[in-house]
Design a protein around this ligand. Structure first.
Ligand code: ADP
Length: 619
């Protein structure tokens, strides 16, 4: 049926799409050649979809037709076209898939850049789910002709200049798949030259799993890189492959090339990124491991192959062990998937163990970038708990700032009397180091781990013990203070009781208890948590998440040897009505709260302090 005479139907782009197009055309031009990668990648996706469907369904248009991508270059007229024999698009697809922005965050992000007059690196465009529109960097008008793989589908033509609207009209295309054609802007006429296109494709066309032709000439070899022998893959090839699958443009921190045979069979290449890849909009393009079955692409993000805590790696897995008519449901329930997952997890952990052992700098780079997610494995992957524990690293009182220790390192430095592992949590090492609860440990050279990553608080307390030694927070009241190292005081028991009674009567139910401290050296008082209480950092988090949450009451420990406490003892027996006593007690308590970051109302505290200073400065 010849339909060309029929009038087309006109559609306005949505307002946000118009803005986006405007931005692409006017600001995104740092790497115009990116359009080629985006179009090839869309064609490759369309071919993958077709191949996947063909596995189980032969009722499609021209089932025997070769799966390929063809580029047509017209040097004289600056013409460019790309055609694939993939899944194609229906009229509805053209309206809904081409012409709407996948993620609402996209536009805001781009607008933000253009407000700041920054150029967006066009390399990033693929991450936004608007790759197709990058063609408007190099042309003023685009025509799509497409026919879907449904056996009785109609063919459609889509035309747009990328400004306000697009038009859809019937097409006389007979082949399955999609052809996108346009005339290049003058300044980009090079893209109609064979040498130019070949040099761009050179980088990644061998990772595209379908033949690519320029006219009649096939330009890629299509050998899946993971099918090669490990020794035959060059570093450069690996890096190019990584860029191709991850949209990252930095060299990965490390990689694994696996060829597993035996109980389960698969080949795999896995990369650990150098830095977190900006997952700007948390959109569906987030990819981890791509799954292939006998070289046929099955899915992009095979969740069954990776536990949550390793979801920062990228790569491919190709297995012979899935049934021939694979479907997503089959992969989910297949026992092969679980076996593959176990092998992969083991190999990734071995890689980290190797780094931790031989290349500490690399390991710490990984740990700082992905440690927070990685550590959640301690709460979920119990079969690997002991390996994960060995991989933990902490700052510590025994190490210079910026250096880290393992639990094993800690144990090796313990003296034979110590039978617990101590830690303290806080947002920053500078604040932690001044915490009064550390005084006893510093004086007696007992090492304390500094938990500075907020995630630590959700994991470390639940580890309970390492190498038979319990892990204990020094913010708690029940630490084992060695009686020989205990701080002794010359204050009589009677005086101690009196001052404690006075503290209790002033502070009332603001504290759970007031007790003499055996761990303070330089500070007069400190707050600790009762044995049943949660770690103070954890409580702070709970409060951030839940405004109603009330923190447990604290125990106030006071240092009987401190001059200030001794002065108070004298005052209590000499001039018990002197108002400075109660003021000082309140001030001590609130000062301790302040150190813990728990002071809610600083006004009284400051007022009292000003009164003290006024007195102290009187002649
Ligand atoms: P993305 O590829 O990130 O989804 P694009 O703007 O590049 O974003 O493409 C939008 C959608 O248009 C694709 O998801 C796909 O559904 C459809 N599409 C694009 N190119 C083709 C093609 N060659 N064949 C079939 N469908 C296509």
């Amino acid at each position: 049926m010849k339909n060309d005479a029929m009038a087309g139907e006109k559609f306005e782009f949505k307002a946000e799409m118009k803005q986006l197009l405007h931005l692409i055309i006017h600001s995104l031009y740092t790497h115009p050649e990116v359009f080629l990668r985006e179009l090839i990648s869309n064609s490759s996706d369309a071919l993958n979809k077709l191949r996947f469907r063909r596995l189980t369904d032969s009722n499609i248009l021209s089932p025997e037709e070769e799966l390929k991508i063809t580029l047509y270059l017209d040097k004289e007229n600056h013409g460019f076209a790309i055609e694939d024999s993939g899944i194609g698009m229906s009229k509805e697809d053209l309206i809904s898939q081409i012409g709407t922005i996948a993620s609402s965050g996209t536009l805001n992000f781009l607008k933000n850049l253009s407000d700041k007059q920054e150029k967006l690196d066009a390399n990033l465009i693929g991450q936004f789910g608007v790759g197709f529109y990058s063609v408007f960097m190099v042309t003023d008008e685009v025509t799509i002709e497409t026919r879907s793989a449904e056996p009785d589908s109609l063919a459609w033509k889509w035309v747009s200049s990328g400004s306000d609207s697009f038009e859809i009209l019937p097409s006389d295309r007979t082949n399955r798949g999609t052809k996108i054609s346009f005339k290049l802007k003058d300044e980009y006429k090079d893209f109609a030259e064979d040498w130019k296109i070949e040099s761009i494709l050179n980088k990644y066309s061998n990772f595209v799993d379908f033949p690519i032709y320029i006219g009649d000439k096939k330009i890629n070899t299509v050998t899946a890189i993971w099918q090669k022998r490990k020794d035959d893959i060059s570093e450069e090839e690996l890096f190019d492959f990584y860029k191709y699958i991850s949209n990252d443009y930095q060299k990965p921190l490390g990689h694994l090339v696996l060829n597993i045979e035996g109980n389960v069979n698969f080949k795999s290449i896995i990369f650990v990124p150098d830095t977190p890849i900006n997952n700007l909009f948390n959109d569906t393009r987030e990819k981890t491991l791509q799954l292939y079955s006998n070289r046929v692409f099955i899915q992009d993000d095979a969740k069954e192959l990776l536990p949550e805590y390793l979801r920062f790696v990228k790569g491919v897995v190709d297995t012979e062990d899935l049934p021939l008519n694979v479907s997503r449901e089959v992969t989910q329930s297949s026992p092969a998937m679980l076996k593959i997952k176990n092998v992969i997890v083991g190999k990734i952990l071995s890689l980290f163990e190797e780094w931790a052992d031989k290349d500490i700098e690399k390991y710490m780079k990984f740990y700082k970038n992905f440690g927070s997610l990685f550590k959640t494995g301690l709460n979920s992957d119990f079969s690997n708990k002991s390996r994960l524990m060995e991989l933990l690293r902490f700052e510590s009182s025994a190490k210079p700032k910026g250096e880290y220790t393992s639990l094993n390192g800690y144990i090796s430095r313990m003296n034979d009397k110590q039978n617990e592992i101590y830690y303290i949590s806080g947002n920053h090492i500078d604040i932690i180091e001044k915490n009064p609860n550390l005084e006893y440990f510093k004086k007696n050279e007992i090492e304390v781990l500094y938990l500075t990553d907020p995630i630590d608080i959700f994991t470390v307390p639940y580890l309970r013990e390492y190498d038979g030694k319990p892990l204990k927070s020094i913010d708690k009241s029940d630490i084992n203070i060695d009686s020989k190292l205990e701080e002794k005081t010359d204050v009589s028991e009677d005086s101690q009781n009196k001052v404690i009674e006075r503290f209790k009567s002033v502070l009332k139910d603001k504290v759970e208890d007031v007790v003499p401290s055996s761990r303070l050296i330089d500070s007069p008082a400190t707050l600790v948590v009762g044995n049943q209480g949660l770690d103070p950092q954890l409580e702070k988090m709970m409060q951030m998440m839940d405004k109603e949450y009330t923190a447990s009451k604290r125990i106030l420990e006071i240092n009987m040897s401190h001059k200030l406490i001794k002065n108070l003892i004298e005052k209590i027996s000499g001039t018990p009505d002197d108002e400075i006593i109660d003021n000082a007690i309140n001030q001590l308590f609130e000062g301790a709260l302040l150190i813990e970051g728990y002071m809610k109302n600083p006004i009284d505290f400051v007022k009292r302090m000003n009164e003290f200073m006024t007195k102290a400065t009187e002649k």
